[in-house]
Design a protein around this ligand. Structure first.
Ligand code: PEP
Ligand code: MG
Length: 311
């Protein structure tokens, strides 16, 4: 937009009046991490660890995992990195887990649910992450995918802290977790909203189905309203609320998310500049007004329009 083009990003995410919103990168390999550091990311908001397990017939050893994670963390020494534990299931099958097929893989045993049956796999991954954090000097925190309840969040946080990792968080990508954000935030240090899955589950619309793309549009007011309730819960306890789904990479929407109370945005390296510049172009109260208008709209098109013409 013209507004975004008018402002420059100086490498620290903030609104024009100085409200901090961290601009972070999503990475899934050492090459991604180097590119993200080069592009000026303040840190990593989502490190997808699946790459380490792909094509492995056997679970990689703790030493193998530790070395692989340390290579990704190395460019971010002294900076915050959120490592996500394994997000596998019948939708992203891993042969060593021997999970078989399920009729509804997106609704099945995926993400943290795998760890309830196989806590040993989670514990070894946490041990490797703790080791890689020490090797690299990155400020590592860990989060779990596909958490549905505060009880699950507490179960995960306990294991993370037992592994010697200080900060534990969870992704909010299941509507039940969004509705219980206040209780979840009591159990963990932060949450990060996975808008790709959250939209899929809120609209009962497969995120891979092209015919349903409009339902999965992150400008949908129903999704924005739900994100707003999570932002409100975060403000009340003063804990960090991230977004690490595709929504964070749309510069106009990034500002709306900040207006809804989101405190960090994580995206592909290619979007960092545009998002940083868009944030710097508007004040927090302006973005809050845009967010109010967007979430009151009748549909995603109207929501986009309303956010643009406010402030
Ligand atoms: C999400 O669901 O928004 C997310 C960031 O996780 P993934 O895309 O890896 O499922
Ligand atoms: Mg997800």
């Amino acid at each position: 937009s013209e507004r975004a083009a008018a402002a420059e990003w100086d490498g620290t995410g903030r609104t024009s009046d100085g409200h901090r919103v961290k601009v972070l990168a999503n990475v899934g390999s050492p090459a991604d991490a180097r590119a993200a550091a080069e592009a000026g990311a303040e840190g990593v908001g989502l490190f997808r660890t699946e790459f380490c397990y792909l094509d492995a017939d056997q679970e990689p050893s703790v030493e193998t995992q530790r070395a692989a994670y340390a290579e990704v963390l190395a460019p971010f020494a002294g900076k915050p990195v959120v490592v996500r534990t394994l997000d596998a299931g019948a939708d992203k099958p891993l042969s060593f887990l021997g999970m078989g097929t399920e009729p509804n893989p997106a609704l099945g045993v995926r993400g943290l649910r795998v760890a309830f049956d196989r806590p040993d796999v989670l514990n070894r991954q946490l041990e490797a992450i703790a080791g890689a954090a020490a090797d690299s000097g990155a400020e590592v925190s860990v989060m779990a995918p596909m958490v549905a309840t505060a009880e699950e969040a507490a179960w995960f946080a306990e294991r993370v802290r037992a592994a010697g990792i200080e900060r534990a968080g969870v992704m909010v990508e299941v509507p039940a977790a969004a509705l219980c954000a206040a209780e979840i935030l009591r159990a963990v240090d932060f949450v990060s909203i996975g808008t790709n899955d959250l939209a899929q589950y809120v609209f009962a619309a497969d995120r891979m189905a092209g015919a349903l793309a409009e339902l999965n549009d992150p400008w949908q007011p129903a999704l924005l309203r739900l994100i707003g309730t999570i932002g409100e819960a975060g403000r009340q306890v003063d804990k960090s609320i991230g977004v690490c789904g595709e929504a964070a990479s749309d510069p106009e929407l990034a500002g709306v998310l900040a207006g809804l109370g989101v405190t960090s945005l994580s995206m592909n390296a290619g979007s960092l500049q545009a998002v940083g510049a868009a944030l710097a172009a508007r004040s927090l109260s302006d973005l809050q007004a845009a967010a109010e208008a967007a979430r009151a709209a009748a549909g995603p098109g109207q929501s986009r329009q309303a956010a643009k013409s406010t402030g």
